[in-house]
Design a protein around this ligand. Structure first.
Ligand SMILES: Cc1cc2nc3c(=O)[nH]c(=O)nc-3n(C[C@H](O)[C@H](O)[C@H](O)COP(=O)(O)OP(=O)(O)OC[C@H]3O[C@@H](n4cnc5c(N)ncnc54)[C@H](O)[C@@H]3O)c2cc1C
Length: 322
């Protein structure tokens, strides 16, 4: 490991999608870091490109290191331990880091929300130790100078938005520790937005999809809305045209709501064979059964179904076993 050196990095990202508990605590699941090549600018203006590989960023040990770490207030985050956490601690990282595409998110809670109001800080700064592998190379067609390895989270810090730059950009400040000996580095990643995109192309860029194709799809959709006619999919109900910035994107996925059909039971929840005879000692209730609601199901009644028949099944099974 001739090329390795121990360093610490402090990266900051916008804090959004917040909500407050009844006690007034702030809970959030922000993006705290990402994979990719992060560009640093040394004080002398020279550029430094450090690669954050998925296998390092999403390494089990690295993700586990988020949990329980303190959140502090500072403009210039340093290493946090028992010596200084009491003075500035305002919250805690509740969960391990978890993967979200190319990003890592973590659940956080900020107890001292007065700090948010007082300092008007909206960026979340991630401080971590790492082993810098000074082996240059090319990743996804892009050159890099070194690889960040063995990333271990030390703390998160709320930092001043103005110092970090425009809200529209993901602004990351980097600062070395130990071997970097306090060198001040500025880190930039201009590909992500959290305040909405000004154009469909910008949104496509943030989503990592083909910009021209996405913009064309949006244009086509808006044309269908205007014409109240969707020749592609035959849609007959049209919402508003999606033609006004800012544009946002969310991930949407399908989920199973209720599975129809299933085991046939009698009123005592005994499972029946095809010929209608009882299978002794086998009881069922809830979604695993079918026919309770008739040929389909009554929406909203699944809970009543498993509550009523589950109770009967429990009593019947208990009686059978006695
Ligand atoms: C998003 C969503 C919204 C819904 N909204 C409503 C609503 O508003 N009103 C309503 O009435 N219904 C609603 N439903 C449907 C309803 O929630 C379900 O039908 C109901 O929860 C089913 O309960 P269940 O106990 O029969 O089965 P489940 O809740 O599926 O429980 C089965 C359990 O068995 C466990 N299990 C599976 N295999 C094994 C195994 N081999 N060994 C041990 N354990 C095992 C599973 O882990 C699970 O815990 C909704 C469903 C979804 C997904």
């Amino acid at each position: 490991m001739e090329n390795d050196m121990k360093v610490q990095r402090f990266d900051s990202l916008p804090l959004d999608a917040t909500y407050f508990t009844d006690e007034g605590y702030l809970v959030d699941h922000p993006i705290v870091t990402s994979v990719g090549i992060f560009v640093y600018h040394n004080p002398d203006g020279s550029e430094r490109r450090e690669l954050r590989l998925p296998e390092e960023v999403f390494a089990e040990k690295s993700l586990a290191s988020y949990k329980g770490k303190p959140i502090i207030v500072t403009h210039d985050a340093g290493y946090v331990d028992t010596d200084n956490v009491k003075e500035e601690g305002i919250g805690t990282i509740l969960s391990e880091g978890y993967r979200d595409g190319d990003d890592v998110r973590a659940e956080i809670i900020i107890h001292d929300t007065d700090s948010l109001r007082k300092y008007k800080m909206r960026e979340l700064s991630c401080g971590y130790n790492l082993r810098l592998d000074e082996t240059p190379g090319v990743w996804e067609g892009q050159p890099y100078d070194a690889i960040q390895r063995d990333i271990e989270i030390n703390h998160l810090a709320l930092v001043d938005k103005a110092r970090a730059g425009e809200q529209a950009r993901l602004n990351i400040d980097g600062q070395g520790r130990n071997c970097m000996k306090g060198e001040k580095l500025n880190m930039e990643n201009t590909t992500k937005r959290t305040d909405g995109a000004p154009t469909p192309e910008e949104l496509a860029k943030a989503m990592g999809v083909d910009e021209a194709a996405f913009a064309e799809t949006m244009k086509t959709w808006n044309g269908y809305v205007a014409a109240k006619n969707d020749p592609d999919f035959g849609r007959t109900s049209f919402a508003k045209a999606l033609d006004t910035a800012p544009y946002y994107a969310i991930k949407v996925t399908a989920g199973v709501h209720h599975t129809m059909g299933g085991l046939k039971i009698n009123a005592n929840t005994e499972v029946l064979k095809a010929d209608g005879s009882v299978i002794p000692g086998l009881f069922a209730a809830g979604e695993v059964t079918g026919g309770v609601h008739g040929a389909n199901r009554l929406g909203g009644n699944a809970v009543a179904d498993f509550t009523v028949f589950g109770r009967i099944a429990g009593a019947a099974a208990s009686k059978y076993a006695a």
